[in-house]
Ligand binder design. Structure first.
Ligand code: PEP
Ligand code: CO
Length: 462
């Protein structure tokens, strides 16, 4: 007889287990030299407490369902890759500040609740274009993120070490703990947006606009409190969810669990895992792993995706058309989005499939600067985002969110923006070991342009 603690499974994916991905071709996984050490690390991970809970995951799924219906806007943003060395108070709180400021701009301008999802507390694994790297005749495994190996070009640093998964879990827990404590302590209080000011906001060309918005919100909060005669309590905390690319399947498998009073399996390492563009093959290990978990999931969609492949991916990942379950994050690049996106939007809409569409205007716009930096031009980021809003409007679909790589640090990694950074500026503060991120100011600028674009689309046509 079924235990009263655990209701009967409703629709468990057939033939699936947390380890069934092992029977499929797995792209982008490291070759661990010592299988015994790998098994030990996984056992240890299985016994450690989870990082998130099933009820948070289900609450997020509900909010994603609302975003699908146009009743929320998703802001998903954070580092390209976290690294162990940057699990610091300043990096974590500055990133939170930018996300809070951007969401304030979006709430104010869109008049919609914003759903905040960080790329953090687990964003430690990176896909690479080659398995190995050769320097001066020496070939070593590629650096795949701190959860796998270390960037130094030595055999020791580059050998995949499963103990790093334990460290990644611990760093993720510390990050989550700090974020939760800040938020519970009132850091995200709308009565005090000045808590989130970053030092250099004072010098920004956007500072005036932003200050006006903050004081407008302060006035609105005080007005509501005067009307109601009491403090508006739900304004002093916001929800924050976590996401990462669930690339390293042994790590994800070890944190996939069943919980009391729920049917099925949850990935309890993050609320909202996604499949990267390079691992989204329909018959691949990553799609197999994702089909069996109950988390809301996202898939990156690049310029080579076909309408048919997308529909088959929906069949696999969301056969029951469950609200909030599936998000597609398109990342075509400014030059290709107008050519590639409409057929995909059309196919999904005509088939009546329920997905949340999100635009990642970063990953299709990476290029090399004249002086050898991996960079992205703000003009291209802006163009892809603006075109995406127009293409959705023309297709009768809805762009329900943005996915960005950014940092709260004062870096110079993407060119352009309000301060018009040039290739020469890249040398000043280029800190990313992987992809170029928007800095604080460029992030705010994206939020402002989303608001402007939406207002333009909502205005009656002349
Ligand atoms: C990423 O989000 O960092 C990434 C590698 O993206 P994509 O899979 O879209 O290339
Ligand atoms: Co990236």
């Amino acid at each position: 007889m079924a235990s009263p603690e655990r209701p009967q499974p409703v629709n468990l994916a057939e033939g699936w287990s947390p380890a069934s991905w092992r029977d499929r071709p797995a792209a982008q996984l490291p070759a661990y030299p010592d299988p015994v050490a790998l098994a030990q690390a996984m056992d240890e991970l299985r016994a450690l407490p989870p990082l998130v809970t099933s009820w948070e995951i289900l609450a997020l799924k509900q909010q994603l369902a609302e975003a699908q219906e146009g009743r929320r806007f998703l802001l998903q943003a954070g580092d390209c890759a976290e690294n162990f060395g940057e699990c610091t108070s300043a990096v974590i709180s500055n990133r939170l500040k930018v996300l809070l400021q951007m969401s304030l701009v979006l709430v104010h301008g869109l008049r919609l609740p914003v759903l905040r999802v960080g790329r953090f507390a687990g964003q430690y694994a990176k896909p690479r274009s080659a398995d190995t790297e050769t320097r001066d005749g020496t070939t070593l495994p590629s650096y795949r993120g701190d959860i796998v190996n270390a960037p130094d070009f030595t055999a020791e640093a580059r050998t995949p070490d499963p103990r790093r998964m334990i460290k990644a879990h611990a760093r993720s827990a510390m990050t989550m703990n700090f974020v939760r404590a800040l938020i519970d302590g009132g850091f995200a209080d709308l009565h005090h947006p000045e808590y989130w000011n970053l030092e250099w906001v004072g010098h920004s060309p956007l500072a005036e606009d932003y200050r006006r918005m903050v004081s407008g919100i302060g006035d609105a909060v005080r007005f509501m409190e005067t009307l109601s005669g009491s403090e508006v309590h739900n304004l002093n905390r916001v929800d924050f969810y976590t996401s990462h690319e669930a690339l390293l399947l042994p790590y994800e498998e070890a944190q996939t669990r069943q919980v009391p009073r729920q049917w099925g399996w949850f990935n309890l390492s993050t609320h909202f895992p996604w499949i990267g563009m390079r691992t989204a093959a329909l018959d691949g290990a990553h799609a197999e792993y994702f089909r069996g978990i109950r988390n809301p999931v996202a898939v990156k969609v690049g310029p080579s995706a076909t309408p048919d492949a997308l529909l088959r991916l929906i069949d696999l990942l969301n056969p029951g058309d469950e609200p909030g379950r599936l998000t597609f994050i398109h990342r075509m690049g400014a030059a290709q989005v107008a050519e590639k996106l409409p057929a995909l939007l059309d196919a999904v809409r005509r088939d009546g499939r329920r997905v949340l569409w999100v635009c990642d205007p970063m990953h299709g716009n990476t290029e090399n600067s004249s002086n050898g930096y991996k960079t992205r031009r703000f003009a291209n980021i802006r163009s892809e985002l603006e075109q995406s809003f127009d293409l959705h409007a023309a297709a009768g679909t809805r762009l329900g969110g943005v996915h960005l790589e950014l940092t709260g640090e004062d870096v110079t990694e993407c060119t352009g923006g309000a301060r018009d950074l040039t290739d020469a500026d890249l040398a000043r503060a280029y800190r990313s070991t992987v992809d170029p991120r928007l800095n604080y100011e460029q992030g705010l600028e994206v939020a402002m342009l989303v608001v402007r674009k939406q207002a333009q689309l909502a205005a009656p046509r002349r």
